[in-house]
Ligand binder design. Structure first.
Ligand code: PAF
Length: 282
């Protein structure tokens, strides 16, 4: 497995793979890889001849008061994870390689970026869509793999790929959880022991909502109440949002008559964590 920093070298390698007729899977990441990322790389490796993992903490998707400078990094450990999971190449560019000082082009997806995380992080999805488009143009993968934990990101990228005619299959992969149900996230490292225990409230509150749906609840406001009640009982947790939306266009629903995404964002101390589930209406 190789690690390269330049776009030119990456393109040369990709061209040589293409000459051999290999299919290519891309796993875009910001590094500090955990079991969730590992599952994406393994899936990519099972479905493609060659796998590229990009490791790039993308500055333009972080707002001014967000954690760009403190975002955890550990390239040496990431290399071992990638190698073990079956990656063939790590693309690990510097910021200057990805963004020239005079760049004026970005990719904006409207509407489905307006609610949920997009409402709280106004520049976030423009940054994500811009970097992902650039990665798609550099790596030209057949398939690209994204985790379902970032449910809005996955929906936005699917929409972008469809609207801009990228010839790439977007593969969503299930959330990987700790034993106590907390979704794996690079940001879990920010939690103190006490906060780590409190963070289990995300999954517990979603499980309560699943139970309510199972028992026939069909009003989104009541479902949101079930979740908020649980979270309000956890002193270290503060709700950022609880949204019940259509699973495809991410528009809020009142009465549940189609498949929905139940998505939450919560602050545990200063750390913002997200979680979700999709409920298929039958
Ligand atoms: O999900 C992430 O880690 C990032 O948003 C992504 C897709 C790698 C773009 O920087």
């Amino acid at each position: 497995m190789e690690t390269v920093q330049s776009i030119k070298e990456t393109r040369e390698l990709i061209k040589s793979w293409r000459r051999n007729g290999y299919t290519i899977g891309l796993v875009p990441t910001m590094g500090f890889l955990h079991e969730g990322h590992k599952s994406l790389i393994k899936k990519a490796s099972a479905e493609n001849d060659k796998v590229v993992v990009s490791i790039f903490v993308n500055p333009i998707q972080f707002g001014p008061n967000e954690d760009l400078t403190s975002y955890p990094r550990d390239l040496e450990k990431d290399k071992i994870t990638c190698d073990n999971a079956g990656a063939d190449l790590i693309f690990n560019p510097q910021v200057s390689e990805m963004y020239s000082d005079n760049a004026v082009t970005s990719v904006t997806v409207d509407e489905i970026t307006e609610g949920l995380c997009g409402a709280k992080r106004p520049i976030h999805f423009r940054g994500v869509c811009t970097v992902v488009s650039k990665l798609f143009n550099i790596v030209t993968p057949d398939r690209a793999y994204f985790g379902e934990k970032d449910s809005q990101q996955l929906a936005v990228i699917k929409r972008m790929v469809s609207d801009l005619n990228f010839d790439i299959d977007i593969v969503g992969c299930p959330i990987i959880r700790e034993e106590d149900g907390l979704a794996k996230s690079s940001r879990n490292i920010y939690l103190s022991d006490e906060e780590r225990k409190a963070a289990t409230v995300l999954n517990k509150s979603l499980n309560s909502a699943k139970d309510a749906l199972q028992n026939g609840e069909r009003y989104a406001s009541k479902l949101a109440h079930v979740i908020s009640e649980k979270i309000d009982n956890e002193p270290l947790a503060k709700i950022d949002y609880i949204e019940i939306v259509d699973s495809v266009d991410l528009k809020p629903v009142c009465e549940i008559t189609s498949s929905i995404l139940v998505a939450i964002a919560i602050y545990i101390g200063k750390t913002r964590l997200i979680d979700n589930f999709t409920w298929n209406f039958k």
